[in-house]
Design a binder for this molecule. Structure first.
Ligand code: ATP
Length: 460
């Protein structure tokens, strides 16, 4: 098993090198909210773009969508979110701080391995309440807890500026419902045929109770979701489900370059799974705070489309172009959080190089915020600086390039290592004589001389 960095190391590096900042830090921050800094925005964008390329552009059976954050409120009644999109909430009776009952029970069980109970995911509200009182589970501050109650995660807001005329709407709790409500428009406006999928990336909002999990769990986050529609009479769901699981695994290991040892599949138990789902798996990553869900995949049958048919009165059916037969397709839904992929990539790439006393982000070059950094050896020698600027422009025409002329070369290398820049190029005195530069590799720290004419070819 590869050694994982600690939570504190990741948070510190993310702040120090401009990947992630606490939101509104000058006002003391905002719970469960983070901003992406100059490096973070690049990494997040690379991950998002890679997902879009692999899931949508490179497949003949996928199309994209960008639906709104605020949908008609009936959408959330139909989807079941208004009635049951909730977490079990308990309150510390002294500090009034709020926690998720299931999370407190899980940490209690970790400290009491001798106690054997079934999966916490399978417990209902009453069972959690009974467990907490019988076992005397306390809050992290050591105080008694209230009885658990359900807490709806949907954020509410209102449309309309005149008092009394406001209409309640929700910020979407997932992007998927926009896909179902646009299903008919997609059928009517494109030439898709079953089986086909619709993918969407966008912001979702959840009033999360649990705090302190960095970008793993935030109030506002980005989801990348797919609804893959098929006719269960023509396509068997099991092989299709397996194909999607393999595709997700390949994306994480090959495209994002994550170590397979830090990944595992977890199948949901019958009790944990939604009543309409035939099978659900989580792809878990070994985060610094334990194995946690990165990506979920569920076979949701025809539940969602049927619910929207019932609530909207519209015919959300697919007509077979050859037989004219009308059916309501079933779906398989792979749903991932872009921010969780970001945290996984950061964690997995983090490498403490004890030998050279440095921290390196061994990101895949395609994901690195900068693909190359160009340095003039000294900043007070005009010829060297102008040659280095030429080299910068040459590289910047092809790949994202960093410029740094501050401090000694060793420090410049170390700061590029920490943001994962795969190559550093230094223009020095020898460059002026023979047109070669120093090419320094991030992972091996080895240096070779390379002709300026060969740089672009080597960088690609
Ligand atoms: P969890 O059990 O961790 O709360 P979930 O099972 O509720 O997650 P889903 O509803 O399946 O999550 O959402 C799909 C994906 O969206 C998750 O796999 C995760 O990657 C991401 N996600 C969900 N909630 C959050 C959040 N609050 N912050 C960041 N990403 C999230």
């Amino acid at each position: 098993m590869s050694s994982q960095p600690t939570f504190e190391e990741i948070v510190a590096l993310a702040k120090r090198r401009g990947f992630v900042f606490p939101t509104s830090e000058i006002y003391g921050g905002l719970a469960n909210s983070y901003d992406y800094g100059p490096m973070g925005v690049e990494l997040l964008r690379s991950i998002r773009n890679l997902w879009w390329t692999e899931m949508i552009h490179k497949r003949t059976d996928m199309v994209g969508l960008d639906s709104q954050i605020m949908l008609h409120p009936e959408t959330w009644v139909a989807s079941g979110h208004v009635a049951s999109f909730s977490d079990p909430l308990v309150e510390d009776t002294v500090t009034k701080k709020r926690y998720r009952a299931d999370h407190l029970i899980e940490s209690w069980l970790e400290k009491h391995p001798e106690v054997e109970v079934g999966a916490v995911e399978d417990m209902n509200l009453a069972e959690m309440g009974a467990f907490i009182s019988e076992r005397k589970v306390l809050s992290p501050d050591g105080n008694p807890l209230t009885e658990p109650r359900t807490f709806n995660l949907l954020f509410e807001t209102a449309i309309g500026s005149v008092a009394g005329e406001k209409a309640k709407v929700y910020l979407r709790g997932e992007t998927a419902q926009g896909i179902f409500s646009d299903f008919k428009n997609i059928l009517d406006s494109t030439r898709v045929q079953l089986p086909f999928g619709v993918g969407q990336i966008g912001k979702s909002f959840r009033n999360e109770i649990t705090t302190g999990q960095f970008v793993f769990r935030t109030l506002e986050f980005e989801q990348a979701e797919i609804e893959y529609f098929f006719d269960p009479n023509k396509t068997e769901w099991q092989p299709l489900f397996q194909e999607w699981r393999d595709y997700m695994w390949k994306f994480v290991t090959e495209k994002l370059g994550v170590n397979a040892e830090n990944l595992r599949w977890r199948q949901h138990t019958d009790k944990e799974r939604s009543h309409y789902s035939k099978d659900t798996y989580d792809l878990d990553y070994n985060f610094s705070f334990g194995w946690k869900e990165l990506w979920g995949i569920a076979y949701r049958t025809d539940y969602d489309l049927k619910q929207h048919i019932k609530h909207s009165g519209q015919k959300l059916e697919y007509t077979d172009p050859f037989t004219g037969e009308k059916i309501v397709p079933h779906v398989i839904e792979p749903a991932v959080g872009v921010n969780r992929m970001f945290l996984m990539v950061l964690t997995d790439a983090y490498w403490k190089d004890e030998e050279r006393q440095r921290v390196v982000l061994r990101l895949k070059p395609e994901l690195a915020p900068y693909k190359v950094a160009v340095f003039p050896l000294v900043k007070n020698k005009e010829e060297i600086v102008s040659k280095a600027k030429e080299v910068f422009s040459l590289c910047a025409d092809h790949v994202r390039t960093a410029w740094d002329e501050r401090g000694n070369i060793g420090k410049r290398y170390l700061s590029q290592d920490e943001i994962g820049t795969p190559v550093c190029i230094t223009v020095d005195y020898q460059t002026l004589e023979d047109g070669t530069v120093t090419w320094r590799d991030r992972d091996s720290a080895e240096q070779v001389r390379v002709k300026i004419e060969e740089l672009v070819k080597r960088l690609r």
